[in-house]
Design a binder for this molecule. Structure first.
Ligand code: GRF
Length: 184
């Protein structure tokens, strides 16, 4: 079973996936929309082939997503896991990989969708936040939920300490969910 990871930035989730051991699938492609992203060096380290593009080199989302679908098909990809991919998935990709695109989001959805979810939750002073893995649909962080893990926000937590706790949970949860779901 071949899997592609999409990422735009640091790639700590990508790295956690690569370090997780038996995933019941192979990570055979990294797709990245940001030529300056550190995740690209991480893919090199693990010898994962990478396709890097810039959305502004294409006239529309449809045009670059057609190229992405080609790359996915060429690599025989069955599942797509978004790991900090900062673009909304459009109809071209959604139709080509219906029910096969998964995302991880650093809040307890449906609370705090969109950007800076950790900061949103922290500044809202919630006592509990967490991590959600969900199917991707046409909305922003709205698809059916697959797994959630709660994290307590302590009195003495700073934004930084909360971020650290959330990322730690993400790095455990995402590989686990991946292993479960790719068998389906
Ligand atoms: C993670 O917090 C993930 O939940 C969100 O983007 C962040 C990506 O971090 N969608 P990294 O690039 O994996 O370090």
């Amino acid at each position: 079973i071949n899997v592609a990871v999409f990422a735009s930035g640091t790639g700590s989730n990508f790295e956690a996936i690569m370090e997780a051991g038996d995933l019941s699938c192979n990570i055979v492609l990294l797709i990245c929309d940001n030529p300056g992203a550190t995740v690209i060096q991480k893919a090199e380290k693990y010898q994962v082939p990478t396709f890097v593009f810039r959305s502004k080199d294409y006239v529309s989302k449809e045009e670059y997503e057609k190229v992405l679908v080609e790359k996915l098909k060429e690599a025989n990809i069955s599942w797509v896991f978004l790991a900090g991919y900062m673009r909304i998935i459009g109809p071209t990709l959604l139709e080509a990989y219906e029910g096969k695109i998964i995302n991880i989001h650093p809040s307890l959805l449906p609370d705090f969708p969109g950007k800076d979810a950790i900061g949103q939750a922290y500044h809202a002073r919630v006592k509990t936040t967490g991590v959600t893995v969900h199917y991707v649909d046409a909305g922003i962080d709205t698809g059916p939920i697959i797994a959630q893990e709660e994290i307590e926000v302590k009195e003495n937590d700073t934004l930084e300490s909360l971020e650290e706790k959330i990322h730690h949970v993400e790095h455990q949860l995402y590989p686990r969910v991946m292993k479960d779901i790719v068998k389906k």
